[in-house]
Design a protein around this ligand. Structure first.
Ligand code: E4P
Length: 224
C-alpha cells in the first residue's frame, strides 16, 4: 500500500518528502483554506508539485460538468502530470468520463459506498477515494466499507486504484492495508504517529547509552 500525505502544509510536505516513503500528496479546498484562506491556489499547488514530484491530486470546485472540465484544463496547464480530483456527483461522473477519454487521470472523491465506487470506476476514474473517518463519524464501519470495495475490485478485476481517504488514526491505515487498498492518503500527524513506538525510543536510548559507556571505557584505558 502506497502512502500519500493529505495536506497543503508546505513544511509538512517538505518533511514528508524527506521521510523517503511518501509517494504523493492529495489536497482539497478545505486543506488549502486551513493553511491560508487567502492563498494563491496555483502558486501553492506548484510549490507542492516541486516538493513532492510524485502524485498530486488537485480538486475542482465547480459542480457542473463544463465548469469541471474548464478547471481541469486550467490545472493541467499549471502542470500536465496533475491528477484531477472530482466529486462523485452525476455531473462529476460525466466530467470523469470525458477526462478519461483524454487520458487524464481522475481521482473521484467523497465516496462513501461501494456503489458510488463502482460508478466512479466505470466512468473511467484512475483513483476512487473512499472516505473512512467521516463514515465512522456517522456510526458506519469504515473497515467494512473499505473491505467491501476491495473485495469487489478483486472479484471484478477493476483497474482503478483504491485510495483510503479521511484517515484519522493509524488503525484506519491498518484497516485499509488489511483490506487491500492500493493507497492511503494520510494527514501528516497520523503519519508521524504511525512511526512511533515506545520500544523503539527506549531501545535506541539504550543502544546510545551503551555506546557512550564503551567510549568512556576506551578513553579511560587510553589515559592509563
Ligand atoms: C481525500 O482526498 C480528502 O482530502 C481527505 O482525506 C478528507 O479527509 P477529512 O475527512 O479528514 O477531511
Amino acid at each position: 500500500m502506497e502512502i500519500y500525505v493529505d495536506t497543503a502544509n508546505i513544511e509538512h510536505i517538505k518533511h514528508s518528502a524527506e521521510l523517503g516513503f511518501i509517494t504523493g500528496v492529495t489536497t482539497n479546498p478545505s486543506l488549502l483554506a486551513k493553511e491560508d484562506p487567502s492563498v494563491d491556489v496555483k502558486k501553492r499547488i506548484l510549490e507542492i508539485h516541486e516538493l513532492i514530484g510524485g502524485h498530486l491530486s488537485v480538486e475542482v470546485i465547480s459542480t457542473k460538468k463544463d465548469g469541471m472540465l474548464r478547471e481541469a484544463d486550467e490545472i493541467l496547464k499549471w502542470f500536465p502530470e496533475a491528477t484531477i480530483k472530482i466529486p462523485i456527483i452525476p455531473e462529476g461522473l460525466g466530467a470523469c468520463r470525458e477526462l478519461a477519454r483524454q487520458d487524464v487521470p481522475v481521482n473521484v472523491t467523497l465516496i462513501f459506498s461501494p456503489t458510488q465506487a463502482i460508478a466512479a470506476n466505470n466512468a473511467g476514474a484512475a483513483y476512487v477515494s473512499v472516505f473512512m473517518g467521516r463514515l465512522d463519524d456517522v456510526s458506519t464501519s469504515s473497515a467494512e466499507v473499505i473491505e467491501d470495495v476491495c473485495e469487489i475490485w478483486d472479484v471484478q478485476d477493476f483497474e482503478s486504484q483504491i485510495i483510503a481517504a479521511s484517515i484519522r488514526n493509524p488503525m484506519h491505515m491498518l484497516d485499509a492495508a488489511r483490506a487491500g487498498a492500493d493507497i492511503a492518503t494520510v494527514p501528516y500527524n497520523v503519519i508521524m504517529q504511525s512511526l512511533k513506538h515506545p520500544l523503539t525510543d527506549s531501545g535506541l536510548n539504550q543502544f546510545l547509552a551503551d555506546y557512550d559507556k564503551m567510549q568512556a571505557e576506551k578513553q579511560k584505558r587510553m589515559s592509563m
